[in-house]
Design a protein. Structure first.
Length: 215
């Protein structure tokens, strides 16, 4: 049975569990969202490989994206929409079956294998994250608020991947990686940054009131 999914090509990478606010103004995507709401279906978010996000022909996307489950929609009087969605499942485009007015593809949903190596790597990532937080506090002179990290290695990998401030292509690589490789890439990035930061001192520092995210 085909898994048909309407696609929304964007200049961003959506990870499972991440929130997605959107301003929908093109008629074709207003129609797409209306249909998704009516049928109670998600849509797929895919990073643009070539082309523009709006206007003109539909853009060419990367093959792997994430479904977005619509949480709330506010329809404005001029037809525009303010939409809130959350990332759910990774998928791979098997075949694009419709290009106009918007992309529709037959997709295959992807799963990650939970291995003992992935669990051990997740523990390493959490330890590096804590050390990175302390080193950053030492470098700035202000203690950094530590985000609550999920116990589940898969959720952990998605949350930290989403937080990384890197170019979209690098985030796409994280999305496409399997669980062990994704965690290994996160650990490597944290370890490299730790070597660039001064060693954290002993003793508490003043607490910041703002959230901390990976740089």
């Amino acid at each position: 049975m085909d898994n048909l999914l309407a696609l929304f090509p964007l200049h961003l990478v959506l990870f499972p569990g991440a929130t997605l606010p959107l301003h929908i103004f093109e008629e074709r995507y207003r129609d797409m969202i209306d249909r998704c709401i009516r049928l109670e279906q998600p849509f797929g978010v895919v990073l643009i490989r070539e082309g523009a996000a709006e206007g003109g022909p539909t853009a060419e996307p990367y093959a792997i994206g994430t479904t977005a489950v619509i949480q709330n929609v506010v329809k404005l009087t001029d037809g525009r929409m303010l939409l809130a969605a959350v990332g759910d499942r990774r998928f791979r485009i098997e075949q694009i079956v419709q290009r106009e007015p918007y992309l529709v593809a037959n997709v295959a949903y992807l799963t990650d294998e939970m291995t003992a190596e992935a669990v051990a790597m997740a523990d390493q990532v959490c330890a590096l994250y804590s050390k990175h937080r302390d080193a950053l506090a030492h470098a700035t002179g202000v203690a950094q608020q530590m985000d609550d990290l999920p116990d589940d290695p898969l959720a952990l990998s998605y949350q930290l991947s989403s937080q990384f401030r890197v170019i979209d292509y690098s985030k796409q690589q994280l999305l496409e990686a399997d669980l062990e490789d994704r965690l290994a890439a996160i650990a490597d990035a944290l370890d490299r940054e730790l070597h660039l930061l001064p060693q954290a001192p002993h003793g508490p520092l003043p607490t910041s009131t703002g959230p901390w995210t990976l740089n």
